[in-house]
Design a protein around this ligand. Sequence first.
Ligand code: S3P
Length: 166
Amino acid sequence: MKSICLIGFMGSGKTTVGEVVAKLLHKPWVDLDHYIVKQEDMSISQMFREYGEDYFRSLETKYLKEVLKNKENVISMGGGIITVPENVLLLQEQTVIYLDYPFETLYERIAEDKNRPLATSYEALKERYESRKQLYENTCQVKINCKGKSINRIVQEIISKLDRIS
Ligand code: S3P
């Protein structure tokens, strides 16, 4: 039994889609960012501000291992999960779904978001997006081209692809 893990850049809808997929499959749903915030009793912005990105990444790996212990979960990951090689190895043992969007769509969604400490300038975000694209592709088993599709359609595509690979 493997967990179903949703990956993709900030703003790609991992949280929304993950919750619906879990409901339809009658599986428990975990949002890793929410889980970290709950365990640490601190917002992600505060973690970045007070302790820096490396500190957040070490917590992300710690709690990723914890949530992967339950093999039934649908897990919505933070966008940077694939930047740590140890996380990629752990994810490659799961069923990983990549929600792929063009950068412009994601930028419109995240530009004004105060809760995302890495949502800075257009150029910095674009560079981050470009540097991660290949990592998302290499880590996933299923890539969903989400451009212009409704949440419902994306969820249906995920469910039918899961049927085919299980
Ligand atoms: C991050 C994405 C965020 C959160 C943190 C870092 C990233 O999650 O984990 O702010 O490095 O892309 P979302 O992808 O849910 O915004």
